[in-house]
Design a binder for this molecule. Structure first.
Ligand SMILES: Nc1ncnc2c1ncn2[C@@H]1O[C@H](COP(=O)(O)OP(=O)(O)O)[C@@H](O)[C@H]1O
Ligand SMILES: O=P(O)(O)OC[C@H]1O[C@](O)(COP(=O)(O)O)[C@@H](O)[C@@H]1O
Ligand SMILES: [Mg+2]
Length: 529
């Protein structure tokens, strides 16, 4: 009998301050570990969307618990601002205006302030983070704060251009860095950041080559960026600047920023990159540097908390359709054909779930969040036999992080410290072949691993728009004087969030969510336990 992989609790979406693994170590925020994540499973149902520290802190018999919670929430989601450190920093009227002016214009005579354009965001504008009023903790996917699932408004900061800015464009040296693995849309975001910076009037814009490594590797030169350089880069996938994992220490990195005179840093990456960005922001504060560090979440895995989705995810799901369709055609055209498609998703099965749903061609979807047996009466292989007998063919979609308990653990990590996973796709292919051979039923098993093809492609139209808005908002956030923030889309509105809140652990598929249930309805698969 197979051993089941550890289930991941799905509803921990709002850890309280002090519950992060981050606090203490000079502001370094570490993504939460799996053992720590499993510990959260033990907390009660009403506490499912908060870390234990917060759950314990709320006394629901206190008639004021709700307003206290909201106050605490407001302070957690407060976005750090330059004036937290430089109290007498003087704002100036924004140089960003929809009435276009030449980016080469000098502002020696002051900044335009008398325009009647009402396109600015007020600093007090907020976006509602949660929009469902669950009336019971047993409602599918319920995220409740108290045992009665009381409605509690949770507001976060609205993104966009502010009327007052805290950086003089001619004094800005802005840098962009892309870290981690590739993701469709990186070039679109770079392009929009550069274009928007130029509209503010910034002339010194550079790209740091190959991720954080580019700050320390003397062989690598920064790349001068302008609208002209980036004009067409979104037409191809990848990153103009290159990506990498690993790199220098935070202290070395900030030394390098100081040497280069960088005072605006745009960081495009996933949880790891954002942990780095937050540490850079903290280090800059410690050194009293007037620097804005702003993240743009990048991950095809869609594993960043609180956001509707991250850029590149949509494109990845769309691109996965080609692989799934090929697997389906192969399986369907063969006598007793079985197609196996592996998609990315280290700890989150979003791509596999959405790609399965979109295709309507998947019979079995396996994700890291939902434990399964391969062998035995309720195992995947027995179901495949049933599918061959009843349908004549079958297609399996498996996320790379699923079923890791079946594979040899190596403890190997990549340069960023991420665990190197075993190949679950190959394992399922081999076990399937072995199983059908043993029971004497012919089966024609075809394995497709399109993972790198999926993330290297160009962003689709929907991601292109998302990248555009996120890139522009990143620049607006920096000019508004915010630092240690990231941009995101929440309930279709664009927001600024403090970095620690979005990376305290990877966002995962909730096995009790309507979406996972829809996926099961679509595939028709049973529980494999
Ligand atoms: N906890 C951390 N603190 C500081 N930097 C980190 C941390 N985790 C990862 N990094 C750095 O962030 C970069 C990207 O991280 P990685 O995990 O590979 O990709 P991603 O950002 O997509 O999750 C790497 O250069 C890595 O060294
Ligand atoms: O082979 P690489 O470059 O390490 O990338 C593989 C990883 O890329 C991802 O798709 C995305 O990871 P990142 O968000 O860390 O870039 C993971 O699911 C996968 O494990
Ligand atoms: Mg990551």
């Amino acid at each position: 009998m197979d051993s089941l992989s550890p289930a991941i609790t799905p509803k921990l979406v709002l850890p309280a301050k002090g519950a992060h693994s981050s606090h203490g170590l000079s502001g370094l925020v570490l993504p939460i570990s799996r053992p720590r994540l499993n510990r959260f499973k033990k907390i009660g149902v009403h506490a499912i969307n908060k870390a234990p520290a917060a759950a314990a802190a709320i006394d629901y018999s206190d008639p004021d618990w709700k307003s206290k919670f909201q106050k605490e929430f407001e302070s957690r989601f407060n976005i750090p601002h330059i004036t937290d450190v430089f109290e007498d920093a003087v704002p100036m009227p924004s140089t960003f205006c929809l009435r276009m002016r030449s980016p080469t214009e000098e502002f020696a005579d002051g900044y335009p302030s008398d325009e009647k354009w009402h396109g600015y965001i007020n600093n007090n504008d907020r976006v509602l983070l949660k929009v469902i009023h669950y009336s019971s903790p047993t409602s599918a996917g319920a995220e409740c704060i108290d045992p009665d699932c009381t409605w509690v408004e949770q507001w976060v900061h609205r993104a966009g251009p502010r009327e007052k800015i805290y950086f003089k464009p001619e004094e800005v040296k802005a840098a962009i860095v892309t870290c981690g693995g590739l993701c469709p849309g990186l070039n679109d975001v770079i392009r929009q950041i550069v274009i928007t910076l130029e509209i503010y009037g910034v002339k010194k814009i550079v790209g740091i080559p190959f991720g954080y490594r580019g700050f320390s590797d003397k062989e690598l030169n920064e790349m001068l960026l302008s609208r002209k350089v980036v004009q067409n880069i979104h037409l191809s996938g990848g990153s103009l600047l290159g990506v990498s994992r690993g790199g220098p220490t935070i202290s070395e990195l900030v030394d390098s920023m100081e040497e280069r005179g960088i005072n605006m840093l745009f960081v495009l990456g996933g949880n790891g990159t954002h942990a780095g960005a937050n540490a850079i922001h903290q280090e800059c504060r410690k050194r009293r540097l007037k620097v804005a560090v702003v993240g743009v979440p990048k991950t095809i895995d869609n594993d960043i908390l609180l956001m509707d989705k991250t850029f590149g995810f949509d494109t990845a799901v769309e691109e996965a359709q080609r692989a799934i369709n090929s697997a389906y055609i192969e399986a369907h055209s063969a006598y007793h054909g079985i197609g196996v498609v592996k998609l990315m998703g280290r700890s989150s099965g979003y791509i596999a779930m959405h790609a399965s749903l979109a295709s309507g061609q998947i019979d079995i979807c396996l994700i890291p969040e939902v434990p399964f047996h391969l062998h035995g009466p309720h195992g995947v292989l027995r179901h495949l036999k049933y599918l061959l007998e009843t349908k004549g063919s079958a297609v399996v979609c498996v996320a790379e992080g699923a079923g890791q308990n079946f594979l040899q653990r190596t403890n190997a990590t990549d340069a960023s410290g991420n665990i190197v996973l075993g190949d679950i796709g190959v394992h399922i292919q081999q076990e399937t072949k072995k199983y059908f051979k043993e029971i004497g039923i012919p089966a024609d098993v075809k394995y497709i691993d399109p993972t790198y093809m999926i993330r290297a492609c160009r962003a689709n139209a929907s991601d292109g728009i998302l990248c555009t808005v996120l890139g522009q908002n990143a620049v607006h956030g920096a000019f508004a004087g915010y630092s240690g923030i990231t941009v995101g889309i929440c309930n279709t509105h664009y927001v600024y969030l403090p970095i620690p809140e979005v990376i305290s652990y990877p966002r995962v598929v909730d096995p009790n969510s309507r979406m996972w249930h829809r996926c099961l309805t679509s595939t028709g698969q049973p529980d494999f336990v």
